[in-house]
Design a protein around this ligand. Structure first.
Ligand code: AMP
Ligand code: MN
Ligand code: MN
Ligand code: MN
Length: 277
């Protein structure tokens, strides 16, 4: 079994269609794929049968807040029709639209219109700052996406608007209500000390979280080791995912991340009783 349990389609800030992702999964010998778009499950709703030999697992990645910080929770094996989850996701999508309207106003005040129209012409339903970065590059306002994040879209950027995400507790509870497994996404990417990370994991467990991503693209070996130890000591399952967005950028491809250690494999998320597809 070769799995990738974290990636994005063009329904959020991925560049490709679900069909393209399924085809790429096949080329990369992935048997089980979860498309975990930001705050939306449309890829699964439209392609729940996967293609031939590739199984599609119902997934989502929810942006949320914990102690004033932004963190991401992946939900896997969720019932995408669950009313509590649907309600939370539609509220998140609405906040995303309002946030982008605010950024559009800031950009108009600086003399550039068209961001909102640009977003509306895309296939995406979850608007993100990543789309705004593409727009700023397209308009020759910024040379690169990185520069767009630094000067315009980051906390101190010209057109920054505060997000209003749900709490981590609400995100985990909605995933659990939808029969799914809540996974703390890319835990080593948050700007936290080891101590703060452990506090986050403890709070995540109290909320009902059950797994950590212990391997993802570009993870450092020492971070992978620490996360595996944390998962084992907190009795959490181990998940994996590339967080793939774009084949044309310098992103590593679907399915590309270090293998789980033997101890992590014994506690892999696909051995969870709720695991199904
Ligand atoms: P949002 O959820 O609207 O805040 O948008 C965040 C998305 O933008 C993330 O999911 C990333 O894909 C992307 N992103 C965030 N920070 C950066 C960055 N510094 N450079 C490139 N992409 C970024
Ligand atoms: Mn993204
Ligand atoms: Mn994320
Ligand atoms: Mn992601």
């Amino acid at each position: 079994m070769n799995l990738d349990l974290h990636c994005h389609s063009y329904y959020s800030d991925g560049k490709h269609s679900p069909e393209f992702l399924l085809q790429l999964a096949r080329e990369n010998q992935i048997s089980h794929l979860a498309i975990t778009d930001h705050d939306c499950c449309l890829a699964f709703e439209l392609h729940r049968d996967g293609i031939n030999d590739i199984k599609l697992i119902a997934g989502v990645e929810i942006s949320c807040s914990w102690e004033g910080r932004e963190i991401h929770i992946v939900g896997l094996c969720i019932d995408v029709t669950n009313p509590e989850l649907c309600h939370l996701l539609s509220s998140q999508l609405q906040h995303r639209r309002l946030r982008m309207q605010e950024m559009d106003s800031h950009l108009q005040a600086r003399g550039t219109g068209g961001l909102w129209q640009y977003l509306e012409d895309l296939p995406c339903i979850a608007y993100t700052r990543s789309h705004a970065a593409d727009f700023l590059v397209l308009q020759n306002i910024c040379k690169t996406r990185q520069k767009a994040f630094k000067s315009y879209l980051g906390r101190k950027g010209y057109i920054y608007a505060e997000p209003s995400w749900c709490t981590m507790d609400a995100a985990v509870q909605a995933i659990v209500a939808a029969g799914g497994i809540a996974v703390l996404a890319h835990p080593g990417r948050y700007p936290f000390t080891a101590r703060k990370l452990e506090t986050l994991i403890d709070a995540f467990v109290v909320s009902g979280g059950e797994a950590l991503e212990t391997s993802y693209s570009n993870i450092q070996p020492e971070v992978k080791k620490l996360l595996t130890e944390l998962a084992i000591s907190k009795k959490l399952y181990c998940s994996v995912g590339s967080d793939f967005h774009d084949a044309s950028a310098s992103w590593t491809t679907l399915g590309r991340f270090p293998q789980l250690d033997a101890t992590a494999k014994k506690n892999a998320i696909w051995s969870h009783p709720k695991w199904h597809f």
